[in-house]
Design a protein around this ligand. Sequence first.
Ligand code: FAD
Length: 535
Amino acid sequence: MQSWFSLELDGRPYRVEKDDTHLTLAQFLVQLDEIYADFSFGESWRGGCPVIVGQLEKDAPRFRLNDATLLLMPQLAGRQVWTPQGISNSDPNHPVNIALSSGIFESGSKRNGSLAAALFEGFYRPDLRRRGQMNDQFDSLVTRSLNVPSVRDAAARVFASVEQVRHEAAQKAEKSGKENQVWTGRKDIHEDRFSKRLFQLKEYAELNYVDGSKRRFYRPKTLVDLMRLKREYPEAQLIAGGTGLAQDSGKVEWPNLISVEGVDELNEIITDQDYWEIGSAVSLTRIAETIGRECPEFAKLMRRFGSRPVRNRATLGGYLATAWSQGQLSPLLIALNARVMLLSNDGERNAPVSQFFDKNGGTILQPGEIVRSVVIPRSTDSLLDSRGMTARICDAYSTGQRRNLVDPFVTGAFALELREKVVAKAWIAYSGLGKTPVRIKEAEEFLAGKTWNEDTMHAVLPVLHKSAGALLKAASEEEDDEEAALYRKQLVITLFQKFYYQHPDPDSVKPKNLSASNEIGRLEQPFFDAITPLT
Ligand SMILES: Cc1cc2nc3c(=O)[nH]c(=O)nc-3n(C[C@H](O)[C@H](O)[C@H](O)COP(=O)(O)OP(=O)(O)OC[C@H]3O[C@@H](n4cnc5c(N)ncnc54)[C@H](O)[C@@H]3O)c2cc1C
């Protein structure tokens, strides 16, 4: 065991010695220097304290926006951290600092810092190709008293500067046949002081850290070592992204933490011609980046999920094991017909996502068992053809008090496989109606064999209404909140109606644009184009 680890903080190497395994980065910074005093005010559900973490994701170096209140210090061993203070002091002429110097954002220094970190991540993101996509960086910020047009202007300026750099790098790389490295972010096209350091990152070593109070933090590199540790320390707490756990830091005691983040096998995304197999330690952002083009409903839902810092860290395994009753992703995983692969020292087993949750709000995970991966079947034209289907329509909808960082009321995800205009198979799933996400089988069975048209949509609504009513009645017997139950019941219907009106035509899987009436929705490049999937 070692009693220290190192990281890079604002461009300087830093050695952490004997510090508590439970210490968050925000707490650490506040203790370190008064220039980081703002970090004492962060609350994750209000946007937290954004910082940039430089990390290697398989062989791709990436800057990721994170929330310092949701990061435990040992998770940062071997990583680079840039705070908003570090970004602004290290290079005043960085395009982000220039863009921010001329705008009036109507926010305090802390929000401006958040904005700087968000723009910084966007500047280095290889997957941002259109100016409007830059808006994805601010989803959780702009709902909280920022001058939206000013933010958009700053984002446009930052995007214009990176577009130029990328264009020139792609032209150069074309000559040497390495153009793909530019587009996948495997080449340092910026060659500035931040990116140079990022591209020097080495593969993480395994970590066996013990703090001053003899609490341990393990970060094994292989699945074999992870399962060995699970056997040796049956009571140890597994930690993945840490977004769920870090909220309890200071309230709960974990004598032994085992991180899955460094386990190679759990960080893989395998793309087979029939399916994707996604390792349980892959972040939600990386999943959206990999499958989002072919599965736009996933990318779309992600823009309603938490905030960019949360999605950058939360993993699929951590999400499933948390089993939050209002979790937004489970209905979509059900509609996509996904299966959860489980692993323990006794062997492997698997279950459809709909059967992974137990009726008491937990999961079927046994002590000593972990989520290894999730298998999502693909639905390419040739696969549909081989199953005798002509189309698959799938979409997901979520409702809440605001777009981001709220408890969602109800989330619905729907999928139909069609032969010509006739429904062959349907998946209808919701969360927010009780302790677990549910499939409404009665409605699925009702739809099978019917022509997909407005009459069918209207005919299935009473079936949905009745099933949702029964589920909510069971849930509200405990919660005793009749009005909320009535509202959720209405949402079950409304979300399905919206699905029909966006996908009335089986020949076109692209959703129809329904009109949006609020101000933000009308902007030419909306911040929140939840209705239009990211392509
Ligand atoms: C600010 C904020 C906003 C959020 N917004 C949303 C939202 O909009 N919609 C939504 O659905 N959710 C939301 N969440 C919840 C979020 O989805 C979960 O916190 C997250 O998915 C947990 O994933 P993680 O990788 O961070 O897990 P961790 O926090 O690392 O772990 C959570 C639990 O899972 C266990 N675990 C982790 N990996 C495995 C594994 N491979 N096998 C078995 N057990 C494992 C851990 O032991 C722990 O008990 C939000 C959370 C926060 C903090």
